[in-house]
Design a protein around this ligand. Structure first.
Ligand code: 5GP
Ligand code: MG
Length: 182
């Protein structure tokens, strides 16, 4: 697996201290509120686990399975594998995703919660935000890092379900991209 890596962008020792800061911000801003994290699977699983353990407020979480990516590009439409939203019971929803690119994913899910749930508020939090040429359809309320416009894997992010277990965020070389092409 290591020979497939082109460049390491962020290691655990870069990510975890940044999550300390991000969690402190969340702790302050949601103080006294009932918080529900909703993680978009599968990509945000590891980010969720590390962020969750830094939140010191009473908090619960739910997961929602959605997907828009095939290979290294977005298909442009979001599919909900879970047809029902989790029960919110007037809590404040914070949507958790691995990466924001066009913003279609988070914008679509946020609108679903605004329309179909009784959430007191719906905000968004991502580990990574891509610098893309066009303005995204929606911004993230919280993000940990901004990265260049390149396809990345690791720390939960996949290429056709591979590489989620890498303990860092990295780009893949062309050989690996070709080998696992869908
Ligand atoms: P958006 O809807 O904002 O364009 O894209 C967000 C979704 O696309 C993320 O949930 C993620 O699944 C996927 N995605 C976007 N960029 C990347 C990337 O560089 N690597 C991986 N593995 N997934 C990405
Ligand atoms: Mg995703």
């Amino acid at each position: 697996m290591w020979e497939d890596i082109e460049k390491i962008l962020l290691r655990e020792e870069d990510i975890l201290p940044r999550l300390d800061t991000l969690a402190r911000q969340i702790n302050t801003e949601y103080d006294g509120k009932e918080l529900l994290l909703v993680a978009l699977l599968n990509g945000s699983l590891i980010f969720l686990a590390d962020l969750l353990r830094r939140i010191s407020l009473p908090v619960s979480f739910e997961c929602l399975r959605v997907s828009s990516y095939s290979g290294t590009t977005s298909t442009g439409t979001l599919q909900f594998q879970d047809l029902e939203l989790p029960a919110v019971n007037k809590r404040h929803v914070l949507l958790i995703d691995d990466i924001l690119e066009t913003g279609v994913t988070l914008d679509t899910v946020r609108k679903q919660f605004e329309k179909k749930s009784d959430a007191s508020s719906v905000r968004t939090c991502v580990l990574l935000k891509k610098r893309i040429p066009l303005a995204p359809q929606a911004e993230a309320d919280y993000f940990a890092f901004e990265i260049e416009n390149e396809f990345v894997v690791g720390y939960g992010l996949d290429y056709n379900e591979r590489y989620r277990n890498l303990p860092f965020i990295a780009t893949l070389n062309q050989e690996a991209i070709s080998r696992w092409k869908p």
